[in-house]
Design a protein around this ligand. Structure first.
Ligand SMILES: Nc1ncnc2c1ncn2[C@@H]1O[C@H](COP(=O)(O)OP(=O)(O)O)[C@@H](O)[C@H]1O
Ligand SMILES: [Mg+2]
Length: 278
């Protein structure tokens, strides 16, 4: 299926036209009454949300509104205080360690600061995406099958990184590092990829390349994408659905065309909203 991703081809216009054909109504993720308190700070206040397979969702909201907390609660990088997270028919909050490892293997994660091991090569970092499928001992010794290595090469090629394959990650540009991040998520064979501000450290042209790759991943592989963004214009251009979060609550859930200036002002507070649109 990976081969169906075509490099260097603009897909945004095509995506909007053909996307509904691929869409199904299978629920992949259900968040029910989620709350997260950090001591006296209530970062997420009672969020409920249903995500269907193949959606591209952008979460927007001011700094400190709870975007990172929400997304990290989904794969339990942060433990929620209350609520339920049903992913692929399992409540992630009630799994034992082994079950959680298996569930997490199907959830890719992409970070603002890439979270790569910089002294290791591109292919070694990509293969780290398979660790969730291994016993800790095999993982510790970096034991990967030929099939895993072949898949890593294929994905690296797909992301235009074949010339970098044996380079140490500290020699890559920011955009290339983030492409390694996408490759590491893809080799997990995920059902969903969570991205926390994936383009906030990138220049505009690298940011566009990363967003275009994320669209291809959704469009061609049918993988659900949830991406925290603080750029409203980027969210509107790429997402099928936008969630606006303010003070730990969802205050907007709709399509980009439904996101009016008034709604943006409500999400960000008047002054910021006006600044963004001017
Ligand atoms: N580890 C933490 N300890 C205490 N408070 C935190 C922690 N992480 C986040 N917060 C607080 O939780 C709220 C939501 O933060 P965060 O989820 O990072 O928002 P966003 O990603 O939208 O900027 C903020 O008030 C933030 O200060
Ligand atoms: Mg954040």
């Amino acid at each position: 299926m990976i081969q169906t991703l075509i490099k260097n081809e603009p897909v945004i216009a095509e995506k909007k036209a053909s996307y509904p054909k691929k869409k199904n109504n299978k629920i992949i993720l259900e968040i029910k009454n989620l709350k997260k308190n950090y001591k006296d700070v209530c970062a997420v206040k009672n969020i409920s949300l249903t995500v269907t397979q193949g959606e591209f969702i952008s979460i927007i909201g001011p700094s400190g509104s709870g975007k990172t907390t929400l997304i990290r609660c989904v794969n339990r990088l942060i433990d929620a205080t209350e609520g339920e997270i049903i992913f692929d028919h399992k409540n992630l909050l009630h799994l034992n360690n082994k079950e959680l490892r298996q569930a997490r293997a199907k959830i890719g994660m992409i970070f603002q600061h890439y979270n790569l091991v910089y002294r290791l090569s591109v292919i070694e970092n990509v293969l780290h995406g398979r660790l969730g499928y291994k016993s800790s001992l095999r993982g510790l010794f970096g034991v990967y099958s030929d099939a895993e290595k072949e898949k890593a090469v294929e994905i690296i090629d797909m992301l235009g990184l074949n010339e970098m394959i044996y380079k140490r990650c500290d020699q890559l540009s920011g955009g290339q590092k983030q492409r390694v991040g996408i490759a590491r998520a893809l080799i997990q064979d995920p059902k969903i990829i969570l991205c926390d501000e994936p383009i906030s450290s990138l220049d505009p042209s690298s940011a566009k390349i990363i967003m275009d790759y994320l669209v291809r991943v959704q469009h061609d592989l049918g993988i659900t994408i949830i991406v925290n963004l603080h750029q409203v214009d980027v969210a509107m251009k790429y997402a099928d659905r936008i969630l606006g979060i303010r003070e730990g609550e969802i205050v907007f859930d709709g399509s980009p065309s439904e996101l009016s200036k008034e709604k943006i002002n409500e999400i960000y507070g008047t002054e910021t909203g006006e600044l963004i649109l001017d």
